[in-house]
Design a protein around this ligand. Structure first.
Ligand code: PLP
Length: 429
């Protein structure tokens, strides 16, 4: 008998009356897999408990931030202490300096940092800076990379080689995306062709160094280096959007893992330890163009919020001082190897990729190098897999095109339970 999800269902019904789609961010609504999203009552370590009292092993981790797991005692304790001191001042605090110093220490390409409240805001601001610094209007982004919901980044790529971007959502004027050029991911010649044709108007190339918003697509060898070289040659800035990969795929992020030095870096998720934080940073000469040091305006009532800084600091200090990344690599490798072996045994073609504690599993033989290839996946099969795993108490991303995350709280017990459930589910798919 399938255990009841009645309370989630009635809450979803209630939510839909007064909130668009019943949620505050679209992917939570299970549109990609169908069914009713679980409403969550609490989280502890690698698990969440839904409102019907069902326990779920969580591989979403709030879409990436919770690298230490839910309610890590040291993060909770730090927050308890901080909130007693006041929740926001609108004045500078030492906490902001401490977090900025940690980011600068971890990222050789970053000499100065500005804190904001979300990844969207951080990317948007970094692009404004890039346009100001170069005096050029254009940007190049990659098909299938997500950089938040700012107008000029909500662009669907055309098929084939690079195309000029068209708005991806009603409400985004064509003018807003007119300077957004799109190339397929992992396709250096496409970027080169764009730069050869439009180089004089391109302010920046922006991308996820490991693409985590089309499932998981790692950069091919030479791709990031090639982009670095091309952008230098054409006088454009290279912006790495490490909102997802920052302090996730390694201490620092993908730029440390792959040895790339971008001009600007965008951060979010992990650096806020589960509270709303974004940040952008990079070379001093660029960052000193930001107000009030320079003329490029960008501000925020709650930017550098003391609670958010506290959660981020507690998280990053634990990551810096512990042996966590090695453990994450080990557990994620075990998970991915186990999933691959079960799928193979059951005769289900999958393609699985992992970078650090991020992973993605496509229901197709692969390889998957870009969004066009990712889209060949059997999404109906993914939905069946997702729901069967959910029924077994394991929560993967409710979409084929999202990365999964292992956290420090995923121990052998959670991985073993997951693999045991997966073996049964693959066999029945
Ligand atoms: N950039 C990347 C790579 C992301 O994955 C996301 C969100 O998932 C964003 C930017 C936007 O961040 P936020 O949702 O905090 O606005």
């Amino acid at each position: 008998m399938t255990p009841s999800t009645g309370l989630s269902e009635s809450l979803f019904e209630r939510a839909r009356q007064i909130m668009p789609g019943g949620v505050n961010s679209p992917v939570r609504a299970f549109g990609g897999v169908g069914g009713t999203p679980r409403f969550i009552r609490a989280g502890r370590g690698a698990r969440m408990i839904d409102v019907d009292g069902r326990e779920l092993i969580d591989y979403v981790g709030s879409w990436g931030p919770l690298i230490l797991g839910h309610a890590h005692p040291m993060v909770v304790e730090a927050l308890h202490e901080a909130i007693g001191q006041g929740s926001s001042f609108g004045c500078p605090t030492e906490l902001e300096i401490q977090l900025a110093e940690l980011l600068v220490e971890a990222l050789p390409s970053v000499q100065m940092v500005r804190m904001v409240n979300s990844g969207t805001e951080a990317v948007m601001s970094a692009l404004r800076l890039a346009r100001a610094a170069t005096g050029r209007p254009g940007i190049i982004k990659m098909d299938g990379c997500y950089h938040g919901h700012a107008d000029h980044l909500l662009v669907k790529a055309g098929s084939g080689v690079a195309t000029l971007g068209l708005p991806d959502s009603p409400g985004v004027p064509a003018a807003a995306t007119a300077e957004t050029f799109v190339a397929p991911y992992n396709d250096l010649p496409a970027v080169e062709a764009l730069l050869d044709a439009h180089g004089a108007r391109i302010a920046a190339v922006v991308l996820e160094p490991v693409a985590g918003n089309m499932g998981l697509v790692p950069p091919e060898p030479g791709y990031l280096d090639g982009l670095r070289e091309l952008t230098r040659r054409h006088g454009a800035l290279l912006i790495l959007d490490e909102v997802m990969t920052g302090f996730r795929v390694s201490w620092g992020g993908a730029q440390v893992l792959y040895g790339i030095e971008p001009d600007l870096t965008v951060l979010g998720k992990v650096i806020g330890g589960g509270l709303p934080v974004g940040a952008y940073g990079g070379r001093r000469d660029l960052m000193e163009m930001i107000a009030p040091a320079g003329p490029v305006y960008q501000a925020g009532t709650l930017s550098g919020n003391p609670l958010a800084m506290t959660a981020g600091l507690a998280t990053l200090r634990l990551l810096r001082d512990g042996d966590i990344y090695r453990q994450l690599d080990r557990q994620t490798t075990r998970l991915c190897e186990g999933l691959s072996a079960s799928a193979l045994e059951a005769g289900v073609p999958i393609s699985l990729a992992r970078v650090g504690s991020m992973f993605g599993m496509y229901f197709q033989p692969g390889p998957v190098r870009n969004y066009e290839e990712a889209r060949r996946s059997d999404t109906a099969r993914y939905a069946r897999w997702f729901h069967a795993m959910l029924a077994a108490g394991v929560y993967f991303a409710p979409s084929q095109f999202e990365a999964g995350f292992v956290g420090a709280a995923h121990g052998n017990e959670e991985i073993d339970l997951t693999l045991a459930a997966a073996q049964q589910v693959f066999t029945a798919l």
